[in-house]
Ligand binder design. Structure first.
Ligand code: CU
Length: 148
């Protein structure tokens, strides 16, 4: 948990406006967007969504962010030495034309770190994804206390 205090300080003075960054997109369709409420005492969590490519070309998701996480990364779960491990995927993921990228518990996910304490009082947030050649697109995401 090194650096947590530094992240908290970064949040001081920031104004959170859930609507400011919203960019409706004709290139992608979102569904099932949600973010897990962090476990008590933790300041990291994960976000999930289905992201469909509505275009006729490949799209690459290259980054994720939210209004409440100081640092956010694209992660996936992989088996290494018979143990499930979480890995950062800096190159992101390609979505074929018409295909859907699913971020789900136990699989690919948006790793959200340095969670602003104000997040704990919210019921909604935004998941924002950077798509190569398009820019940032975002979807409102329900905050849930447990995995459904
Ligand atoms: Cu992760």
């Amino acid at each position: 948990m090194k650096g947590v205090k530094g992240w908290l300080i970064l949040w001081v003075g920031l104004t959170l406006n859930l609507n400011a960054d919203q960019q409706p997109s004709e290139e992608v369709a979102f569904s099932n967007a949600w973010v897990k409420m962090p476990m008590p005492g933790m300041n990291m969590t994960a976000g999930f969504v289905d992201l469909k490519n509505l275009t006729n070309v490949e799209l690459r998701v290259t980054a994720v962010k939210t209004p409440y996480s100081a640092m956010s990364e694209l992660h996936e779960m992989v088996m290494a030495n018979a143990v499930m491990q979480m890995r950062h995927v800096p190159q992101g993921w390609v979505i074929a034309p018409g295909a859907t990228l699913s971020l789900v518990p136990g699989g690919k996910h948006a790793m959200l770190m340095g969670i602003n304490p104000a997040f704990l009082n919210q019921t909604m947030t935004l998941l924002e994804f950077n798509i190569e050649g398009i820019g940032w697109v975002s979807v409102p995401a329900v905050i849930k206390k447990t995995t459904p």
